[in-house]
Design a protein around this ligand. Structure first.
Ligand code: FE2
Length: 232
């Protein structure tokens, strides 16, 4: 997506979900990771968030399919943005599985893990919003909120995870942290691009307020799922 200057509406959107965004980006799971993370918490987070990682490309495809490229200016650009990013997210799914290798996690472990209610609720919300929400709500909840907050915390976790793994005596290599490194690097741009999608599809106060509410709820579910991961 070509980035355009902020508008009054886009600034309202960003302000409305800033607090919840920060609560995820600076969640204790990440800020205390370098000194306090336990193997049980790390395993639970890797297993518990996998359904979200696994579904992410499919949910993006659902949004893409709902965009009529001729419906409004730049709708074609948004559709193309989804098309390209779906491929990227499919690759990330396999990198997530690599993250579990130092912890002895296999595909079987992921398949048989039953996520706790908090993590399931996060997925249920996203699954529903991409199908039933407006395109602006879906982009806000899925791409701006989830990818944006993830882009922030992964920056912290590049060093934190290496430090913690070393302290815990875990045998790991860069491949096991490629998912973290990749998101820390590129997601800079993703939230800004997702915000462009929101701007394209939410063009009045009512629709921008709905999109912001969707981002808020998405981030609240995200924070609750992280709270739960700490209770391992
Ligand atoms: Fe990703």
């Amino acid at each position: 997506m070509k980035l355009t200057p902020p508008t009054e509406l886009s600034e309202k959107f960003v302000a409305a979900q800033r607090e919840q965004f920060k609560a995820v980006a600076e969640h204790p799971f990440f800020t205390r990771f370098a000194t306090e993370a336990t193997p049980a918490q790390i395993r639970k987070a890797l297993l518990g968030f996998y359904p979200l990682i696994d579904s992410f490309p499919r949910w993006m495809a659902t949004v893409r399919d709902r965009i009529d490229a001729k419906e409004r200016p730049r709708a074609d650009e948004a559709r193309d943005w989804y098309r390209r990013n779906i491929k990227v997210e499919r690759r990330h799914r396999s990198w997530w599985l690599d993250c579990g290798v130092p912890w002895g996690l296999t595909r079987r472990d992921y398949a048989s893990f039953r996520p706790p209610a908090a993590m399931e609720e996060q997925c249920d919300f996203l699954r529903r919003i991409v199908r039933e929400g407006t395109v602006a709500e879906a982009a806000a909840a899925l791409n701006y909120a989830v990818e944006g907050a993830t882009g922030e915390w992964t920056r912290r976790m590049r060093d934190a995870s290496r430090a913690r793994y070393a302290t815990l005596g875990i045998d790991f290599n860069d491949k096991a942290l490629r998912w973290v490194d990749a998101h820390a690097a590129y997601d800079d741009r993703h939230p800004a691009e997702a915000l462009e999608v929101v701007k394209v599809f939410a063009t009045d106060d009512a629709s921008i307020a709905r999109a912001a509410a969707a981002a808020v709820r998405s981030l609240e579910h995200y924070a609750t799922a992280l709270d739960d991961a700490l209770r391992a």
